[in-house]
Design a protein around this ligand. Sequence first.
Ligand code: RTP
Ligand code: MG
Length: 148
Amino acid sequence: MEKTFLMVKPDGVQRGLIGEVISRFERKGFKLAAAKLMVISDDLAKKHYGEHADKPFFGELTDFITSGPVFAMIWEGEDVVKTARHMMGATKPSEADLGTLRGDFGLTVGKNIIHGSDSLESAEREITLFFGEDAALEYKKSSDEWVY
Ligand code: RTP
Ligand code: MG
């Protein structure tokens, strides 16, 4: 089954939104496969956001993502990569639809609550970067048969 990497950013953790994020993905029907509260090192931040290394906001971005605990997760389910991005909303909260996490809880592009992998390739790369190999737990949920 498809997997994605999601992370409640330091602003989301400080604002008490871990439960809200988990709740939305659980209620949607996705399955939590791994989770941990952690502080991202400077090295990991630079690897994770490597595609933005040339952007003017790169320093601000890595400073912010390392500024406090984040809640890193692996979620599993049909089309979870794309659907999770819809549930997060647009990068800029001012452009994110209401009903999405960024639309409902964010105000600025820098502090936009949540990260989610933007493709299957990114998901594989980010899961390995944050959790290593084989961290995702395989288990059966009784609700599975009512989701699929
Ligand atoms: P993320 O990687 O964090 O899930 O966000 P995303 O895919 O929606 O957006 P992306 O283009 O990958 O940008 C990564 C993060 O960089 C910050 N950003 N700041 N100041 C700016 O113009 C600017 N643009 C992007 C955002 O916090 C964004 O989430
Ligand atoms: Mg991105």
